[in-house]
Ligand binder design. Structure first.
Ligand code: FAD
Length: 432
């Protein structure tokens, strides 16, 4: 089979489809915008708690990053623990780290409760060091994480790395056995079904174009205009991540949409698959401009990276296929002859401080900013913000932390600076 510009994961599942009900409901308790992990997890929780919920999705369920990602369910956050402690202090960082661990339990529990057939497995992750000084820092990180967060990671010396990965280009590694892997398209499909089973309604092909405050029968709320007509909602939850657009301009200004791209090979012979990833870990390297990779459950090598910084389009996807194939062969020369069968891209959401953020803005609830750690955290934030909306007081250390915008306010939501950011990251990888 030749190379297809197509998401491999979506070939493994029949995505459920609910279309757009016409007419839209006249009024609901909560309108959720976006049918990815965030929105569907929120809708499931809200509906289970008795709220009338409608999910408004401009495309189809899971169309955004949620069906396109690497399926790595990772502990920790994008920023390292020392950086986090310097930004937030020990106590808040401890709560954030605990939330990152709880987010993986949250995914596991939903998968189990809803019987989602998505190959969830606690296979652990391996971070590999591209430089000696990155490796030297692993021992310090392992010590801080054990002392401060009571969580055990393991350093793998270069001469033992062969038990973890069939590549000899790295200086050593760090393993966390708690991380997991899954098939994201099957997971988001299952989450959608679970939300509907709980009583939520999903309206696909229904793009939110704008909203304004409008009280009804003495109740505060929102009139929401969509491509399929208007509806009224008591509350709004925004879960639009890297695809946040003009309907929520204040949120849009706080998010940098960044493209990430993935290739997958043909199915590898069993022995070769075992050689490249003997323990079937979720693997990523220590660079800013990083590669992340894993085997799929049917033994393909799935290899991703920020090959082009701009969000996906025909040009960036094609360019990325070549760049990622070269990157994959640098890591694994033994995959030189493996055919690349799929390539696709998706958009990640980075906040300017590279942290997740959740809470309320302009009277609307939101959760964004997962920076490539969204499989677990988006699911978790959807659930936690939903709990907040129904009046619980859930533990959520990401609510209320400062949410910085662009320096000097030089950003209207169009990421003109991405080529510079890309060059800057490459420069940092060279010097650090
Ligand atoms: C290539 C790639 C690889 C990744 N790999 C990993 C990984 O291995 N591990 C990990 O943890 N994270 C990874 N991520 C990140 C992770 O996929 C995301 O953080 C997560 O899916 C975000 O979920 P979400 O529901 O918030 O947003 P999304 O899944 O992006 O969904 C947002 C939805 O909002 C809809 N929308 C936007 N505006 C409107 C509107 N006005 N009206 C109606 N609907 C609207 C969009 O159509 C979209 O479907 C990766 C991301 C990409 C792109």
């Amino acid at each position: 089979m030749g190379l297809r510009e197509h998401n491999y994961w979506t070939t493994t599942v029949e995505m459920p489809s609910w279309g757009a009900p016409l007419p839209l409901p006249e009024s609901v308790d909560v309108a959720v915008i976006g049918a990815g992990f965030t929105g569907l997890s929120a809708a499931r929780t809200l509906a289970k708690r008795g709220a009338r919920v409608t999910v408004l999705e401009g495309e189809t369920i899971g169309w955004g990053a949620s069906s396109r990602n690497g399926g790595m369910v990772l502990t920790g956050m994008k920023l390292g623990v020392n950086k986090l402690i310097s930004m937030y202090g020990r106590e808040l960082t401890r709560r954030m780290y605990a939330a990152s661990l709880a987010s993986i339990d949250c995914v596991e529990q939903i998968v189990r409760e809803e019987k989602i057939d998505c190959d969830f497995s606690r296979c652990g992750h391996l971070e590999v060091a591209c430089k000696q000084k990155h490796f030297d820092d692993y021992a310090r990180q392992v010590e801080v994480i054990a002392r401060e967060f009571n969580h055990q990671l393991r350093v793998v010396q270069k001469d033992e790395l062969g038990t973890e990965i069939g590549s000899n280009i790295y200086y050593g590694g760090m393993v966390d056995e708690v991380s997991a892997g899954l098939n994201p398209a099957r997971y988001v499909a299952g989450l959608g079904r679970a939300a509907v089973m709980a009583g939520a309604e999903i309206c696909e092909h229904t793009r939110v174009e704008g909203m304004q405050r409008e009280a009804r029968q003495g109740e505060s709320g929102w009139k929401i205009n969509t491509s399929k007509g208007a509806l009224w909602a008591h509350e709004i939850f925004v879960g639009t991540s890297g695809y946040t657009g003009e309907a929520t301009p204040a949120l849009r200004k706080k998010i940098i949409p960044i493209g990430s791209f993935i290739i997958t090979t043909e199915i590898l012979p069993e022995a070769l698959a075992r050689e490249v990833s003997p323990r079937n870990r979720m693997i990523y390297d220590s660079k800013n401009y990083l590669y992340y990779y894993r085997l799929t459950p049917d033994r393909r090598m799935l290899f991703g990276g920020r090959a082009a910084f701009f969000p996906e389009n025909d040009r960036t996807v094609q360019q990325s296929a070549d760049i990622l194939r070269r990157g994959m062969i640098d890591v694994y020369p033994q995959l030189r002859d493996a055919k690349i069968e799929y390539v696709w891209g998706g958009t990640l959401d980075f906040a300017f401080d590279i942290m997740p953020h959740a809470g309320q803005m302009d009277g609307m609830y939101y959760a964004v900013g997962y920076a490539g750690h969204g499989v677990a955290m988006a699911t978790y934030q959807g659930q936690k913000i939903a709990e907040l909306m129904v009046g619980d007081k859930p533990e959520n250390p990401f609510v209320g932390i400062p949410f910085p915008g662009a320096p000097l306010g030089l950003y209207n939501g169009r990421p003109w600076f991405l080529p510079f950011a890309g060059a800057w990251y490459k420069f940092l990888d060279w010097v650090s």
